[in-house]
Write a protein that binds this ligand. Sequence first.
Ligand code: AMP
Length: 457
Amino acid sequence: MSFETLNLHPLIIKATLEAGYTIPTPIQQQAIPELIAGHDVMASAQTGTGKTAAFMLPALHRLATPSKVRSRGPRVLVLTPTRELALQVSEAASKYGRRLSRIKVISILGGMPYPVQNKLLSQPIDILVATPGRLLDHIQRGRIDFSRLEMLVLDEADRMLDMGFIDDVEKIASATPATRQTLLFSATFDNGIEKIAARLLKTPKRIQIATQQARLDNIEQRLHYVDNLSHKNRLLGHVLRDETLKQAIVFTATKRDADTLADNLSTQGYDAAALHGDMNQRERTRTLTKLRRGGLQILVATDVAARGIDVADITHVINFDLPKFAEDYVHRIGRTGRAGASGIAVSFASGNDKIHLKRIERFTGQCITSHIVPGLEPRFKPRPANDERSRRTPGVAQKRSRSWSKAYGNKQNFNSINGNRPNSPGRSYGDENNSNRPFDNAHNRGNSRRKDQWQKF
Ligand code: AMP
């Protein structure tokens, strides 16, 4: 199947071809015809499947025909859980719509100054991409006219639900015309998502794309049990000396840890930098551009900041801290094995992580093989020694001149990382800054839907 057969406006096809796309991805093949036919759609598809173009191309197709309603308000509204995703969606809209005349795309995100946003909202808008909280604020102040809104997209709806945005999403939806076309994209269709879909969508067409398992087939998943932070640091040094490593993303639980670890790695001679939500957009863009151009070997990132990173040379993803949620594990390791390449995903887990590992394995439908590095054996042995899944990883030749283990393994460095760990009670879910160690209190976070989700496994 080609883009030409999808009945999209010729100038949209031209832009997709210019973007280097020749064949629509499965989600695009299935969703685009339904959306052009005007149906509501709920699709289970994740980042990396081409889902953005799956909804943005038909959205632009609508915009190629002038609205019959005289208004300056948006014709397409996309709600996303995070600022990063919103910016990616806006960029995609501008890229795919660049051949159409005067498509105005704006982003309304939390944490940005109101006066700038007020000005943006006072101009004619075609596509509005927003995070729910801030958008609702503007709606309640009467700054948005939805009278000509034709399409509402809920991107990563499961995550919006998890992050507690769903009431806002429903309020926003109720401010839009009932005649709208509604699209819901989610990693999973569980009860919570089904309920929202039942409330906001009209007899939707359901599309289910590739299971988690299929998507991870080209990624070798390894597990290293760790006794403590010092042990973890020494194992990280070992993994980073792997000769097959071209570029890597190391995930930490907090922004602070990302900064500390990136600094330490830089001190050891690695081209390393941090990426997290406390950095301004310019800094983030600069770091990502450097990563894409190969000027950065190791990116130390938090979940939110690293979503959607698409760099072909990332050979390794290292979960220095396990993610809090099973689906984040999939998002993280999906940063490697891009464009048909194979990848290695290494996770460090302590004794406290046993139950959470099980949940990740249930979520992915795959068992993570535990590896033991000679000389770095864990004292803690959660699985029987004769467990067939336990393998010995061959030692890695210490070819590189970096003196990682010397400096990084020493007590001073260890303490500098450890000493920076925040450990305050009452942290709120979704705040990287305040995020606890992996899975700490994962079950204790109030009425979070996460709780149900975890208990489901
Ligand atoms: P998404 O799932 O929307 O985050 O897209 C993941 C990546 O796939 C992005 O880098 C897109 O530019 C790319 N992409 C989307 N559609 C296609 C396509 N039909 N062919 C090749 N790459 C695509």
